[in-house]
Ligand binder design. Structure first.
Ligand code: ARG
Length: 589
């Protein structure tokens, strides 16, 4: 179905043509003077230069042809040449009805036929998850849902950091603590334990210990590097240990991602391209794409029109070790071979921007992708504490994701208790979990990805204001009205939308009309931030309407049905909207 803007433009363009002008000037946008009108057309101004007429004369002529247009109750030419548009209640109501009939609420599937690999999450095995990984997971999950809603085939890949020095460090430390383990015995024949002889909490304690030692003890560090190398060259014992670490870590990661409602289609990682690296390097050397420089192997990625220095992409260090860029390059090659995506989109901290510029350029130079394959890096900002510096835990450490989640959960439990809506112990706890997810995700997604934001559990969990809980609260309010209507014997499904009879009613209908456009914009911009702002606005419009209108006590049955149909649709749009953000609403809260 047409978007509202398209439907409006159709009529305005027709009027331009009827007035003898080029129809393409009939573009329509949301009014930037909402006190004067709802939409506006500014086409007369640029057109005036072309046809040597005064903008206001053009606007007046076009407005004349709009007098009978079904979409508008008023089309007024104002100085210097704007056309102010007010939509007719009947037209809006029929557009809203059409939206209601549509299973995807008017969304156009403009990405149908596109395959996109989305690379998000990116946890590092054996290292604790930190808040940067939270952002990648939360933004990525929402992006996946939005791109799918727009029709794309999206393959979500977690791309774990599972192949580098951290694993070697853990192995080094475990070998000191448990020299008797078969993993470390070069002469060991036969199998290795099916179940890992350690737990996640042990692993979490081992990595920081090993990392600290390696900073003080050069031999220790050299050992860890040697173990990393042996692992990568296929040492049987170390591979078995690696498998055990992976199994345990993945099970633990899944718990956190489950809580966050984040899922992945592929649980791949750096290790998955290990076998491709040697042949890739050979190819890059053979084709003259990579060359030696100070003992390292590099690809020059400078371009003539670069405004700043882009250093070469290092593929092998002088000691022969591969790097982050090496696995990423090999991963691009593998993804092209396996999925032939039209785009690959990466979500990481914006501090990795240069890395992706280098890797993308190297991939193009090596022709690992087609010229038309889009490679996109979305860099996001940091999560800060109230002091404006990167968020630290109470004891001053780098915050582990779980601690952040706990802080939100604690604040939420507190709120639910305070609001005391007669939910029992068990329901309260369940609702607190569900609303916590909304609070956390909304707080993240409602910022532009590139911006830093302040971690503030108090603010995130508030039931009023621009928060996730406020959206849920609005939905719960609608659910309870609909339930009462049903108790009275009414059927919300069969109710019909009616033309608006008040300003609040019309504003709510107009807000609904903008849903598909908003989501389409988010899909194009790779940002859910506009959708958050939209859902907040829609909730405000609903609450204004609610305070302004007697819904259940309305005596005119047609009007009452119209209200019910309308709020039922608001509920559907909110539910679809928060699903795209990656959370859900409780029945009560
Ligand atoms: N593991 C990386 C990190 O923690 C993120 C991986 C992002 N994806 C990628 N293909 N490089 O920074």
């Amino acid at each position: 179905m047409q978007s509202l803007i398209e439907a409006l433009e159709e009529q305005v363009k027709k009027a331009f043509a009827e007035a003898g002008y080029d129809a393409s000037y009939g573009r329509v946008g949301v009014s930037n003077r909402p006190d004067l009108c709802e939409y506006q057309c500014n086409g007369a101004m640029p057109l005036a230069k072309q046809v040597r007429e005064k903008p206001i004369d053009i606007a007046q002529k076009v407005a004349g042809y709009l007098a009978d247009a079904t979409a508008f109750s008023a089309a007024e030419a104002v100085m210097p040449g704007f056309i102010n548009l007010t939509l007719s209640e009947g037209f809006v109501a029929s557009y809203v009805s059409e939206l209601r009939e549509d299973a995807s609420l008017g969304m156009q599937r403009f990405l149908e036929g596109e395959t996109i690999v989305l690379d998000y999450g990116g946890p590092n095995i054996a290292k604790p998850l930190h808040v940067g990984h939270l952002r990648s997971a939360v933004i990525g999950e929402s992006m996946k849902r939005i791109l799918r809603f727009a029709g794309a085939r999206v393959i979500g890949d977690i791309h774990m950091g599972d192949w580098g020095l951290p694993i070697g460090l853990v192995a080094r430390e475990l070998s000191a603590r448990h020299p008797d383990w078969a993993y470390f015995d070069a002469s060991h024949e036969g199998g290795f334990p099916k179940e890992a002889p350690f737990t996640v909490s042990e692993l979490e304690e081992v990595y920081p210990a090993a990392s600290a030692k390696s900073k003080e003890d050069a031999d220790y560090r050299a050992d860890a590097m040697e173990m990393t190398r042996r692992l990568q060259q296929g040492d049987k014992g170390l591979r078995a240990l690696w498998h055990a670490i992976m199994e345990i870590s993945k099970a633990d990661l899944k718990k956190v991602y489950d809580w966050l409602h984040v899922t992945f289609d592929l649980w791949k990682g750096e290790a998955d391209v290990d076998a491709d690296i040697a042949p890739m390097i050979e190819e890059l050397k053979r084709d003259g794409i990579a060359h030696e420089s100070d003992g390292a192997l590099v690809i020059d990625v400078r371009l003539d029109d670069d405004k700043k220095e882009i250093p070469p992409c290092i593929i092998l260090k002088s000691d022969g070790a591969s790097l982050y860029a090496t696995t990423d390059l090999a991963t691009i090659r593998q993804r092209m071979a396996l999925h032939r995506p039209d785009r690959m989109v990466y979500l990481t901290d914006k501090r990795q921007e240069m890395h992706f510029v280098q890797v993308f350029r190297a991939a193009r130079k090596a022709r690992f992708v087609f010229p038309e394959t889009e490679l996109v890096h979305i860099g996001f900002g940091t999560v800060n504490g109230k002091d404006g510096k990167p968020y630290k835990t109470r004891d001053g450490g780098v915050p582990r994701l779980e601690h952040l989640l706990d802080e939100i959960r604690d604040a939420m439990v507190q709120r639910i208790r305070e609001s005391d809506r007669g939910l029992g112990e068990e329901e309260s706890a369940r609702v607190a979990e569900q609303v916590s997810v909304a609070a956390l995700k909304y707080a993240d997604l409602s910022n532009q990805p590139a911006k830093d934001y302040i971690f503030d559990p108090e603010k995130f969990t508030a039931f009023e204001g621009d928060t996730g809980p406020y959206l849920l609260y609005t939905m719960v309010r609608i659910k309870s009205i609909l339930a009462r209507y049903a108790e009275e014997g009414g059927d919300p499904e069969s109710a019909r939308i009616v033309p608006a009879d008040t300003a609040a009613h019309k504003a709510l209908q107009l807000a609904l009309c903008a849903f598909p456009e908003t989501v389409a914009h988010c899909a194009k911009e790779y940002s859910a931030h506009g959708l958050c702002a939209y859902l907040f606005g829609l909730s405000n419009a609903l609450n204004t309407f609610y305070h302004d209108t007697k819904i259940l006590t309305e005596e005119d049955p047609v009007k009452k049905e119209g209200y019910i149909a309308l709020i039922g649709l608001v509920l559907r749009v909110l539910a679809q909207g928060i699903d795209l953000l990656g959370f859900s609403a409780p029945e009560r809260m």
